[in-house]
Design a binder for this molecule. Structure first.
Ligand SMILES: Cc1cc2nc3c(=O)[nH]c(=O)nc-3n(C[C@H](O)[C@H](O)[C@H](O)COP(=O)(O)OP(=O)(O)OC[C@H]3O[C@@H](n4cnc5c(N)ncnc54)[C@H](O)[C@@H]3O)c2cc1C
Ligand code: SF4
Length: 468
């Protein structure tokens, strides 16, 4: 350890942009054993490891698995990495590390943070390669918990319930499990075999999965409450914000998530809506966050002739991660900043032909660095496009049966939970985006884990009370 003075930070190598565009594969090359061990050995084993305590939402035992990896103890590194995280090899790929664990690393002060995410992926891939599996009890109790939604929140809850010996029964309205891990985040960030591998491990450990089953339609919420010892809800928040400007209903104006989902379905050889085929089309994506980056990069891989991204503020104020914006630029995406949409332009058949925009400037004062976006007078202009994709953020969906059941929501429409992750209805818990609003997979995983522990103590407490 302490090798940071001898060994420089080495990021995973990126495949060159031209080659990347030939397929949807992940764009980073895996570490070799030697590189991973060398990078792990840079860690200085801080007394108070900020990477774990304030950087990683899951408080993963990062210095421990770095030490075991540096020493070549693959088994212990794998075991500890799976202790606190329900899918470390996935989060190692998709977490915005620079804002989380690596951002908090003591070496991130000019020496270069330890490459925690890349090492986390390596440790787990190595473990799987050697046939290691996360540990689950051999037998489960007769207690069972209904989980609604198989996104990161639901899957994490299932993982930790299984650890506690409780059977999770997951209800998923989609045809496949994984939530946005499968049908949102594109393959070039996360290959789907990783998601299916974790699901398989949970099924082997005793999780039951009911696909194509929408709670509130195919099975009632009341039924779940009656039949199960507790209910955990992880519905997500994928209701895309619309742009209610003139012409919004024209053909080929798409919302980000349905677009990404349909492309992914096509990639998996499933039924998909052919209207989302963007081959040979010019595409405009409106928005500056990571979802917008996923849309532009998916469009260019899907054969669009030209892809532009329009954002209303300056480049340095884009909400998208720097590394995603950089990757998009390398892949040939054109960015147009300080530009806001005015209205859609369609032909007489209702097909989109372009959009009218206006240039903007951002007025800042001492109170707000983000400032207020105002239009620049007489600066309107038109951009032609065959397809316009809106990536403007997400709202909570209104779920009527939750309102009917009296479950309280907060002022933003998210589900209200107490410090035990319990909603206003006893025995009903919630987490992930449906509580927080659109957020990160690691935070959904945290909610699922913490809720599972609260559920387990509540379920077994009830049992104890009954048997005394
Ligand atoms: C395009 C995109 C890219 C992203 N990229 C990243 C990234 O790189 N890194 C990162 O950390 N985060 C990323 N995120 C955010 C991250 O994916 C979410 O924060 C996370 O998936 C939320 O998890 P969840 O379990 O709360 O919800 P979801 O993942 O949305 O899962 C909810 C699940 O519930 C199911 N469901 C809903 N209603 C019902 C019902 N009535 N009955 C049964 N099932 C139901 C849905 O079908 C879905 O499977 C991205 C998000 C998007 C949209
Ligand atoms: S889960 Fe995310 S934040 Fe935590 S160690 Fe892994 S990559 Fe870092």
């Amino acid at each position: 350890m302490y090798n940071y003075t001898k060994i420089e930070r080495i990021d995973q190598k990126k495949i060159n942009a031209k080659e990347r565009l030939e397929n949807y594969n992940e764009i980073y090359e895996a570490y070799t054993d030697e590189t991973a061990q060398g990078q792990s050995s840079r860690c200085i084993q801080c007394g108070i490891p900020y990477c774990a305590s304030s950087g990683c939402p899951l408080n993963n035992n990062i210095p421990h698995w770095l030490k075991y990896n540096a020493e070549g103890n693959d088994e212990m590194a794998f075991k500890i990495s799976n202790e606190t995280s329900p899918f470390p090899e996935i989060l190692g790929k998709i977490c915005p590390h620079n804002r989380l664990c690596e951002g908090a690393c003591t070496l991130n002060d000019g020496h270069g943070a330890v490459t925690i995410g890349s090492i986390e992926v390596h440790i787990n891939e190595k473990g799987f390669e050697k046939g290691m599996k996360p540990a689950f009890p051999k037998e489960l109790s007769d207690k069972k918990v209904a989980i609604i939604g198989s996104g990161p929140a639901g899957i994490s809850c299932a993982n930790f319930l299984l650890r506690a010996g409780i059977k999770p029964v997951v209800f998923e309205k989609s045809d496949e499990p994984g939530g946005l891990l499968l049908y949102g985040i594109p393959e070039f960030k996360l290959e789907k075999k990783d998601v299916f591998r974790r699901i398989k491990l949970l099924l082997e450990a005793g999780m039951e999965l009911k696909l194509n089953t929408e709670v509130g339609k195919d099975i009632s919420f009341d039924e779940l409450r009656q039949e199960y010892d507790a209910v955990f809800m992880g519905f997500g928040a994928t209701e895309g914000r619309v742009l209610n400007h003139e012409g919004y209903n024209s053909d080929h104006v798409y919302m980000a998530v349905p677009f990404l989902t349909n492309i992914q379905k096509k990639r998996l050889g499933k039924d998909f809506d052919p209207k989302y085929n963007i081959r040979g089309k010019s595409v405009l994506v409106i928005g500056g966050g990571d979802t917008a980056m996923d849309c532009v990069r998916t469009s260019i891989r899907g054969g669009a002739t030209q892809v532009k991204c329009v954002y209303r503020r300056e480049e340095q104020h884009m909400p998208g991660s720097d590394k995603e914006v950089k990757a998009a630029k390398e892949e040939g995406i054109e960015f147009i900043f300080t530009t806001a949409p005015k209205h859609f332009i369609a032909d007489e058949k209702g097909e989109i032909k372009g959009m009218k925009f206006v240039k903007t400037k951002v007025i800042r004062d001492q109170l707000s660095n983000r400032g207020k976006v105002v239009e620049v007078e007489d600066s309107e202009f038109i951009m032609q496009a065959d397809v316009i994709i809106l990536a403007l953020g997400f709202n909570h969906q209104q779920i009527s049966f939750l309102n009917e059941a009296g479950i309280k929501t907060n002022e933003y429409g998210g589900i209200d939970v107490d410090e035990n992750y319990q909603t206003s209805l006893s025995g009903v818990y919630a987490g992930g985006d449906m509580v927080r609003g659109a957020d990160l997979a690691v935070n959904a995983a945290l909610d699922g884990r913490e809720a599972a522990m609260k559920i387990a103590s509540q379920v077994f407490q009830k049992l104890e009370n009954q048997t005394v």
